[in-house]
Design a protein around this ligand. Structure first.
Ligand code: G3P
Length: 214
């Protein structure tokens, strides 16, 4: 499973990349707003740091405006994947982008049928938001299982990018299902590292190391 980092913070990208945990990056307007920096500036810096797909989201919602933004992002750097919302205009955008050789990530997917439409339109990635489904008492991971099954049934090339990841269980379950990509916040990556037995074991090794004759 590929690991993307879900962030608007370049420092987090650097830290995670130093551990070999960044195959790509996803951003969204909310994450970039948190950084307090300009969207374009952040994405350019990310492209310099990571040689993998960097999802940059369009900010408009109509087809013509989204296409203008998509072409603009595409011109900026070869690693940029254009993120479009799962709406009628968004799907039209995906179809046009595909025909122009622009890779796309379809965001805000909450149902298997939406994922099927994105694949039909030629999306490179589909982003089902599992944490937000959990928030409303649905099991987000069931959606991942259904999408993976549908895509396998018909050999769609669209990759399942598990998004809105909130905890380590989401990551291991995505991997067990066989999702192509999991986009993970830096805080969750840090949680993945931790195990109390690792800490205890290391403490003992450090203590015993002091007893070794020099
Ligand atoms: O990748 C999408 C993600 O950023 C949304 O996460 O936690 O806001 O639902 P969240």
């Amino acid at each position: 499973m590929k690991f993307f980092i879900d962030t608007g913070d370049v420092k987090e990208v650097r830290e995670a990349a130093a551990m070999g945990l960044v195959d790509g990056i996803t951003t969204n307007p909310s994450l970039i707003a948190k950084s307090g920096r300009k969207y374009r500036e952040v994405v350019v810096e990310m492209c310099e740091l990571v040689n993998g797909p960097i999802s940059a989201e369009v900010l408009s919602t109509t087809y013509d405006e989204m296409m203008a933004e998509a072409r603009d992002w595409h011109k900026l750097h070869k690693n940029i994947v254009v993120k479009l919302p799962l709406t009628q205009d968004g799907l039209k955008g995906v179809r046009t982008c595909t025909s122009e050789g622009i890779r796309t990530n379809v965001t805000l997917c909450f149902s298997p049928n939406q994922a099927l439409l994105a694949a039909k339109a030629g999306a490179s990635y589909i982003s089902p938001f599992i944490g937000r489904l959990d928030d409303i008492s649905e099991t987000g991971m069931d959606l991942i299982q259904k999408i993976v099954t549908i895509y396998q049934n018909y050999d769609f090339a669209t990759e399942v990018l598990v998004a809105s990841v909130r905890n380590p269980t989401h990551v291991v379950d995505a991997a067990l299902i066989g999702a192509h990509v999991c986009t993970i916040p830096y805080s969750v990556m840090q949680q993945l590292i931790k195990h109390p037995l690792t800490d205890l074991g290391l403490q003992k090794f450090v203590e015993d190391a002091k007893k070794i004759p020099k």
